[in-house]
Design a protein around this ligand. Sequence first.
Ligand code: AMP
Ligand code: MG
Length: 335
Amino acid sequence: MDTFLLNNSENDLLKAAEHIKNGNVVGLPTETVYGLGADATNEAAVRAIFAAKGRPADNPLIVHLADFSDAVKFTSSIPELAYRLAERFCPGPLTMVLPKNDRIPMVTSGGLDTVGIRVPSHPVMHRIIELSGCPIAAPSANISGYPSPTTAGHVMRDMQGKIAAVVDGGQSDFGVESTVISFDDENSVRILRPGAVTREMLLEICGNVVIDPAILHEVAEGAKVASPGMKYKHYSPKADIIMVEADHDAFLSVVEKEYDEGVYALVFDGDTCPYRHMTYGADSSQQAHLLFQRLRELDEIGAKKVFVRAPSPEGIGLAVYNRLIRAAGFEVIRV
Ligand code: AMP
Ligand code: MG
């Protein structure tokens, strides 16, 4: 199959929407990362997403809607708190896990009786949902396990020949996937995956916001988890990633001890580093924006082992920390 690169003209967005209506899979830009989209109600189309990624069948897909008011069509009940959150955070990088109805097939929800609902703010994604008239199931558009794509070029590299088209909508703003939450009771939510909608932001609307333990800790083999994606090794380039929680000087002495052919450092902007290195921003937002791109670039330049200076786990930094510790397979050096 030839994979066509489409641009953001109305004509090309119509082509992308036509593909979605016809049950094909298309790479789509969003404000978080690029997604691999198909009609969420079409079982064969959804199976084709899982096949293109090599994604385990029990890892559910998020369903993207043009407006939160459409959520009633695909869910069996919506708590009042969800509407209040939607008013504040939709469109945007927030996914709410709600009880699904029969219009969402079990393949889409990875066998769960719930569905993650998100309303993306990216104008290209929003327009394609409108033009197709479909709820769009879209996981991140990377090969399963590899860092998520934040440009159309990344998607092409992973998906060329496997999907109908990729729509180029520029570089993703946030650079990390959406915040995923579930509802514990009428005033409390649980963060299953951290993202750009932070705990502090959720606390403006919710009485209580619990951070699921699986965000920062390794999930035991065979354990039941609220967010199936947390079970899998994730976000990892080919290079061996080691996360180092240390100040600037302590970090450098860790790298010095291990420095060899193929060893690189990934540090903050402004760090002085005498070893082969790349930087990934000066604050948490920049680090979110750049992390996945840098992990891909390190593979391209042939890095074998990368020591990464750990980000602060505050605000959106928690999302960066969560992705990095998984990319490192929980290999952490603390000094
Ligand atoms: P991705 O599609 O790569 O952005 O990953 C989506 C992640 O969202 C999954 O791996 C799950 O961890 C989480 N998720 C999606 N739908 C649900 C759901 N119904 N219940 C719990 N977690 C979900
Ligand atoms: Mg993913």
